[in-house]
Design a protein around this ligand. Structure first.
Ligand SMILES: [Zn+2]
Ligand SMILES: [Zn+2]
Length: 104
C-alpha cells in the first residue's frame, strides 16, 4: 500500500463511486495512480484512457515519488520475463514488487 502525500491526494486517488468501476469512465475521477509504476496522472476525459503524468501534487505541492517505470522493466528483464510476451507475475501488477525489493 503506497503512502500518498496528503489527504486530498488520498481522496482523489480513491474516489468512492458506485457507478463506475473504471476511473476513466467516472467524471469525478481526476487522478490516475499507477501503483506498479508509482506514477500519478491527470485523467483526460476524452472517452479513452489517456492521462498526463504529473511530478508535483496539485493540492499540497510536494514532489511526487519518482517514476519506477524503467526499474519495473529492468526487474522483469532480470528475471527473464518479457512483459510483451510472458505473463507478468502478480506482484508486478501493483506496488508489491517494490516492497519485495526493499526487503532484500
Ligand atoms: Zn463515477
Ligand atoms: Zn499532496
Amino acid at each position: 500500500m503506497t503512502n500518498h502525500c496528503c489527504e486530498a491526494m488520498i481522496r482523489r486517488v480513491n474516489v468512492p463511486c458506485d457507478q463506475h468501476n473504471d476511473p476513466f469512465a467516472c467524471p469525478d475521477a481526476l487522478i490516475k495512480f499507477s501503483a506498479k509504476f508509482q506514477e500519478y496522472g491527470l485523467i483526460i476525459h476524452d472517452g479513452g484512457t489517456s492521462s498526463i503524468t504529473i511530478d508535483f501534487c496539485p493540492w499540497c505541492g510536494r514532489r511526487l515519488p519518482e517514476s519506477q517505470r524503467d526499474r519495473w522493466f529492468d526487474e522483469l528483464e532480470r528475471r527473464g520475463i518479457d512483459p510483451g510476451e510472458d505473463e507478468v507475475p502478480a506482484e508486478f501488477q501493483d506496488d508489491r514488487w517494490l516492497a519485495a525489493l526493499s526487503r532484500d
